[in-house]
Design a protein around this ligand. Sequence first.
Ligand code: ADP
Ligand code: MG
Ligand code: ZN
Length: 638
Amino acid sequence: MPDSKKPKKVSPPPAPRRNGFLFNLAASILVLALLATAYAYVTGSVKPQPPTIPISQLATDIGAGTVSSITVNGDDLDVIYTDKSEKLSKKEPGTALSQTLANYGVSKDALSKVMLTIKSESTWELWLTGLAPFLAPILLIVVFVWYLSRQMRGAGMQVFSFGQSRPRVTDPNDQSQRVTFKDVAGAREAKEELIEVVDFLRNPKKFLDIGARIPKGILLMGAPGTGKTLLARAVAGEAGVPFFSISGSEFVEMFVGVGASRVRDLFLTAKKAAPSIIFVDEIDAVGRVRGTGVGGGNDEREQTLNQILVEMDGFEPNEKVIVMAATNRPDVLDPALLRTGRFDRRVVIDLPDRRDRLDILNIHSRKKPFAEDVNLTVVAERTPGFSGADLSSLMNEAAILAARENRKTIAQYDLIRSIEKVMLGPERSHVLNKKEKEITAYHEAGHALVASVLPYADPVHKISIISRGRTGGYTLKLPFEDKRMQSKREFLDDIAMSLGGYVAEKTVFGDITTGPSNDLQILTALARDMVTRYGMSEKMGTIALAGDGGRALFGGGIEGKEHSEKISAEIDTEVRRIIDEAYKKAEHIITHHRAALNAIAKRLVEVETLEREEFEKILIIHGITPKKKEDIEHQPLV
Ligand code: ADP
Ligand code: MG
Ligand code: ZN
């Protein structure tokens, strides 16, 4: 409910409030001090002062014998009479009291009856008593200022120690945290490169004696989750040196100037601990091309980056500190970072291939009890494109599934289910209604059927109409091998296979849902790439009409038109022709194998997911021979 009364006091931001508090404290202490002094004065004056008499009067009184004692206090005289009354007087400065009194005609006899006390007050004591009322507040202020400055320094120290980077340090002697190359599967090339670095860190003298220049900076590049961080730790673990790690993204959120001081400090600490490794994770967060203004200028980032560069340039050749950095965006890095003497060694970490995936799965199955049926080779086969991190979370998901079902061991079934979970996000609770389910089943059956009949499409591993993540149903088709290259006929068959869903819906229901829109986008982009990028259209010839950055962040909008209206029109016609041909192919297959389509769709509605074996049985019944690995391998390349 909105507050109808006075607007709520907006509490000031914390920092100023803290200052205000200190100011109030200061003010109240000052006021107190002043009050105290004032009080002292007042009380001093309230005390009844004895009357003051001239020295001539005193002389007369002594002559009369009414004075019993005199206390001399400098020039001040404190006179006590025989009747116990007290009076004050003053003698002539610089002369003795007896002399003064004699001058006034006091006889020696009369004077001898008076008790004379000379209070020899040393001058500084005098000064002190005189000054005390003034000194007290000054002293108070001094103490207060000292206290304040100590506080400030305390706060400053906090900022400073915050600036002192507190990098996470991994002690080489801490066995529990130690990571070695054994913990990193795959990444063979990267490891080979890094073994040299390990060698140097273990025995720097050998290299320095022979005058070898050791790389200062090594940049690990690779997709997220490919084990860059892990590999950097492994280098430190292998070499047995301290490992100072800090993340680029941490710099970005710091106060201005702190990032730079943090870098300075990090390098200082690392040098003290040399030989050692400094690891700047996600360096793209600070190392982006400077001065582009994209995403708002960030002075802090620039200062931090500059400081890193300065520190790296300032290394002595024999410093024995190696800087490693990791990024999954080497394309956005500032070129200054990549110059000689900085991160001039670059190590690329690829996504793991099937063999590596198996190794990674094995590493992550340590200490996990498996059922007898577990076959990690199959899991590795089914997970192309998975990163090391994906595989590790797959293992974890499987363990969670098994635990949830109160089993003591992880079964193959758990692993297979986890593949999809990691790939597509958690299962959605949304349940298709009967009609939707039927349409989806025909749609996916269409994809699967076209893929199975066309010779160059990848074989179907699984079909599902359970909606998950962001896709409706899905047909999982996987190559037998991981491919780095694709041929024109594979592209053409892929386009036809993507049209399979659309064609099936149209043929069976005579109507189209929104389901295939994503398919259409993908296949159109693919057809366009064939024409404009890969030179796969006879009509347009073998030229790349689109620049490499054509589909980068800002698309072609910034690039401007690269070709004339006429060529654009020709491209469109060519793309249309490719899609039309693929459509005809898909339509032919769907009508020709309508019985198979119906059987697949019907089974899908019943069981919702079809694994490869069962799917292929249906194909065989309908006279379609499932693809074998050998068939694909022995196809000649066009
Ligand atoms: P990156 O820094 O490249 O994003 P990480 O090094 O943080 O990736 O990897 C995350 C996790 O994934 C690691 O802690 C490890 O458990 C697992 N992982 C990644 N790559 C591998 C690999 N090659 N071998 C074993 N485990 C890996
Ligand atoms: Mg990382
Ligand atoms: Zn589809």
